[in-house]
Design a protein around this ligand. Structure first.
Ligand SMILES: Cc1cc2nc3c(=O)[nH]c(=O)nc-3n(C[C@H](O)[C@H](O)[C@H](O)COP(=O)(O)OP(=O)(O)OC[C@H]3O[C@@H](n4cnc5c(N)ncnc54)[C@H](O)[C@@H]3O)c2cc1C
Length: 322
């Protein structure tokens, strides 16, 4: 088995989830006694590409075509499939990010591969090849057995962690043919709507619900988030009522996130909300009702009025920061 990992870039830089996907792919490659190749698409500086060697990628294929500067689902999938064929790779690893969710099934179709999306553990090789993944919006796990020769795994962010495993990395330019049919929808320009930390990429998230009573009370949530360097999120009723933008709505019908720290303030912890946040590494709940369901999944809980507790945390953080 030979392993290829797709390393997603944004503005020419790799995110933490990329180093995690490389670490995961390297662990599989080591287990199978094979080397690991990475494929980068877009304009990434050679120094950044070589940094992937720190996590175990010994060869990096660099596709720097101008038409592929911005993410194009169909074309990126074709390029990854071509790279897999060129390298004789039969296991492709991606991060289960926004773009990974679109790419993984397309790559799988192109390579006639079995697909596991939302993987949370290393594959089990005992008597075959099976992978544990999340199911039913994170409410359950499924063990999926792949029997096809080619396999695609999309790894959930924060499921494996970043592990250094330094090897010498070489960068090789790769120029696969790009068919016009793969370029039917092209991103011309990306204009950032805000300079805030993007929710799906955030390591720390401060989230609030209907317990905050109204949009006028979000000042303390934003202040806490800014002191922590966190992104802000909210429950569905809050965005439905236009207290906060829909882009902040997390849960079954919103964004699914898995940050290192999720602070839930005045949110009850309904199952549809938990579906999008329960894979957070550490959950802190602030709620005035000791019976709120969120406390059952919390690592730390504060039973108290958000309007008293949050200002105290803000004051303590300010004092700590000097
Ligand atoms: C099909 C479907 C999909 C859904 N998808 C989603 C989804 O994706 N995301 C989502 O969030 N919801 C979703 N919901 C809605 C979900 O069921 C809940 O209704 C919603 O999550 C509740 O939001 P909340 O916790 O902010 O509000 P509430 O349920 O009203 O809870 C407010 C909480 O704040 C606490 N509180 C009140 N005042 C204070 C105070 N001063 N200090 C501290 N705590 C206080 C209360 O004790 C309570 O626990 C979905 C529902 C359905 C049916």
């Amino acid at each position: 088995m030979s392993v290829l990992v797709y390393v997603e870039q944004a503005d020419g830089k790799f995110k933490k989830s990329v180093f995690e996907a490389v670490s995961y792919a390297k662990a599989i490659a080591d287990n199978q006694n094979t080397s690991l190749t990475a494929i980068s698409i877009g304009n990434v500086a050679e120094g950044d590409l070589k940094e992937l060697g720190k996590y175990g990628a010994s060869k990096i294929l660099n596709v720097a075509a101008d038409q592929l500067k911005n993410f194009v689902n169909q074309a990126y999938a074709s390029v990854i499939a071509e790279a897999a064929k060129k390298e004789g790779a039969n296991l492709i690893v991606l991060s289960n990010s926004f773009s990974g969710k679109g790419l993984a099934p397309r790559v799988a179709v192109k390579l006639k591969a079995g697909l596991v999306d939302g993987a949370v553990e290393m594959p089990n090789f005992d008597g075959g090849f099976s992978v544990k993944k999340t199911a039913f919006s994170g409410k359950a796990f499924a063990i999926t057995s792949l029997t096809s020769e080619n396999k695609v795994i999309a790894l959930n962010p924060n499921a494996f962690g970043v592990k250094e495993n330094a090897v010498d990395a070489t960068v090789e330019n790769f120029s696969p043919e790009i068919k016009p049919t793969d370029l039917t929808a092209i991103v011309k320009e990306i204009v950032r709507a805000t300079n805030k930390i993007s929710l799906p990429d955030a390591e720390l998230v401060v989230s609030a619900g209907r317990g905050l009573k109204g949009p006028e009370n979000w000042g303390m949530i934003e202040e806490l988030a800014s002191l922590l360097g966190a992104a802000t999120a909210c429950s569905k009723p809050v965005s439905d009522a236009d207290w906060r933008p829909h882009s902040e709505h997390v849960g079954q019908t919103g964004i699914a996130i898995s940050p290192n720290l999720y602070i839930a303030i005045g949110i009850s912890g309904a199952i549809q909300h938990l579906a999008g946040v329960s894979s957070s590494k550490v959950i802190v709940v602030i709620n005035k009702d000791p019976e709120a369901p969120f406390f059952k999944v919390a690592d730390y809980g504060i039973v108290g009025d958000a309007f008293e507790v949050v200002p105290k945390i803000i004051a303590a953080l300010k004092a700590h920061k000097g």
